[in-house]
Design a protein around this ligand. Structure first.
Ligand SMILES: Nc1ncnc2c1ncn2[C@@H]1O[C@H](COP(=O)(O)OP(=O)(O)OP(=O)(O)O)[C@@H](O)[C@H]1O
Length: 289
């Protein structure tokens, strides 16, 4: 792991009940480093999204989810806490896979959460909107049309707008759920550049299906298989010197045995040739009981 942990899960267990019981996470204890980007990878159905959403209790939206264990956040706990849930979700923000603008102007898309959570003057809001749009490298593209509807932007711009909206409530941690998978390669590259710059200021935890994206962006990698943590390590060690046999098999099965230095040339070519981590030849499902 690169830095001090910002979040730490302890024996996290998530079960979905219903006609069949599915153990989506089975005793996962893992640290997520502060001001670093951690990629959560693994085959389809191994529990990546469940882990991500359980970090700010978003999985609770699903009524059939049961959880045991704890998430430690600084000197606080996420589950055993008196803090109101909206405050936890403000501090640990979530950016979904599908970029969805609110039905309002570009300006208000960014200002929306801040207006709800804080008490800002118009001038302070103007500053906040500009700062957040600059952080996601969108300001230059929209500064002269802030009153246009958010929906008028391209899909890639909307994803950066959604990132700006998340930043406006001043989170400490950003949970990113496959945030480039719905984008064309050029837009995906722009979002990757944005994430790369944001990790200096925020802790970013990102689910990705792309092994190449994990190699380009991640400081640390968490590898899940069948709801269990197989390996968590800094990205160089993970890709160059994996410790677990399962990791070795997974990496070599996806042609990713070599850790590549991050360079713009490589990024250009890799964006076109990303290999999906959840290829059909490697599709276990979570443990069914
Ligand atoms: N609401 C739910 N009810 C029942 N089972 C669920 C529910 N949500 C997820 N699951 C199951 O839990 C397991 C883990 O799902 P999860 O979405 O966390 O995996 P994932 O690794 O993110 O998958 P993918 O890569 O396909 O998005 C899967 O077997 C899935 O079918």
């Amino acid at each position: 792991m690169s830095n001090q942990p910002a979040l730490r899960t302890e024996n996290l267990e998530v079960t979905y009940t219903g006609n069949r019981k599915v153990t989506a996470l089975d005793g996962v204890s893992v640290d997520f480093a502060e001001n670093a980007l951690t990629a959560i990878i693994g085959p389809s159905g191994c529990g990546k999204s469940t882990l991500l959403k359980s970090l700010n209790r978003l999985h609770e939206i699903q009524p059939n989810a049961e959880i045991a264990g704890e998430v430690h956040f600084g000197d606080q706990t996420v589950y055993d806490t008196d803090d109101p849930l909206p405050e936890i979700r403000r501090r640990i923000g979530y950016v979904p896979q599908t970029p969805t603008p609110l039905p309002m102007s570009i300006y208000n898309n960014v200002a929306y959460g801040a207006k709800i959570h804080g008490d800002y003057s118009r001038e302070e809001l103007d500053d906040l909107v500009e700062t957040c749009l600059r952080k996601v490298n969108l300001w230059d593209e929209v500064e002269d049309r802030l009153d246009d509807p958010g929906a008028a932007l391209s899909t890639g711009q909307i994803q950066r707008l959604c990132l700006a909206r998340s930043l406006a409530v001043e989170p400490e941690i950003l949970l990113c759920d496959e945030v480039t998978s719905a984008l064309d390669p050029i837009s995906a590259e722009q979002v990757e550049e944005t994430l790369e710059s944001l990790k200096e200021e925020y802790t970013i935890i990102m689910v990705t299906h792309s092994m190449d994206q994990a190699r380009r962006l991640a400081d640390d990698v968490v590898f899940l298989y069948l709801g269990e943590l197989v390996e968590a390590n800094d990205a160089r060690t993970f890709f160059e010197n994996p410790q677990a046999d399962r990791t070795k098999e997974f990496i070599s099965g996806h042609g990713a045995s070599t850790y590549l230095e991050k360079s713009s040339d490589e990024s250009d070519s890799e964006t076109q040739t990303d290999e999906q981590v959840d290829g059909s030849r490697d599709r276990p499902t979570a443990v069914e009981q």
